[in-house]
Ligand binder design. Sequence first.
Ligand code: 1HN
Length: 346
Amino acid sequence: MMDEARKAELKDYSDKIGKNNLVPLWDRLKTLVTPEPKSPCQAHLWQYEDIRPVLLEAGHLLTAKEAERRVLILENPGMPGESKITTSLYAGIQLIMPGEIAPAHKHSQAAFRFIIEGSGAYTAVEGEKSYMRKGDLILTPNGRWHDHGNEGDEPTFWLDGLDIPIVQFLDASFMQHHSEETHEHVINDGDSLARYGSGMMPMDFEPVSNTSPVMKYPYDRTRENLITMKEAGNPDPCHGYKLMYVNPVDGKSAIPTMGAFMQLLPKGFDSSAYRSTDATVFSVVEGTGKSKIGDKTFNWGPNDTFVVPSWHYVQHFANDECVLFSYSDRSVQHALGLWRQDRGNR
Ligand code: 1HN
């Protein structure tokens, strides 16, 4: 133990140099460089039944145009006021009512839409209109004009995933509104999937960015692939049957700053404990089950969202055949040589 006089001496020293914006590392080292990840991010579940009615209420409270985007942020309870679901990622649930348009804008932040409910709505990215159906993944690469519209007669809900905290951390945010409500729509639904996402590529294609040129990854295809894998058998003990959304040009993550995944857990599947350094957000597509995250257990069903913090053990139990979408900053950690996993020892 340090005696009181010596403590006071060090405190005086620290106060003195503090006036010149200097700080002793010996007071900080332990919290700066931890032996393993120590995150303010908490494991948490958002039930769709708690979100849907209040978001619909907002649907009558303000228009999509007024709001620009009518979204409820899923804010991690461990980081109040920060608009983050993990330390590096943002999540929100967006609603667009029949007949509405969410006006065109562009920004440095990359986004995806993961469709939860409704049909007849679309996202247009630089003129390519992608109609939304449950389970579809639609990309909005950074720096591209995008607008949403609902031409159907049902309210449409989706999960927005963005890399906002990463761009914030790097102080690299730019945003612009389009002079028109919508950017001209000139490209048909499914065009980019046909050109780039079917195991073939246009002759002499030169990518314009490191984001996938495929704008929509439709659920019917994703689901069919998972079912084919299931029929072949041999699930991964930690993941069941799991696929990553890739950029067909380079085989890397479809979005450079966010890794996105879809997995099928067969009925009765009881996964092995798993942890990794990428805090992960899950959105339940089909089925009910529960996940043990650290020492907490969460029961989930369709359209619920839950978050697993970095380096927390997670174990999934599937009551039915389940399909889970997920996303994380794995692609960033991979690119920087930081990503680690621990596949447990069960
Ligand atoms: C955004 O552009 C959308 O385009 C949704 O739907 C959520 C949150 C922060 C910044 C931009 C959208 C957003 C966003």
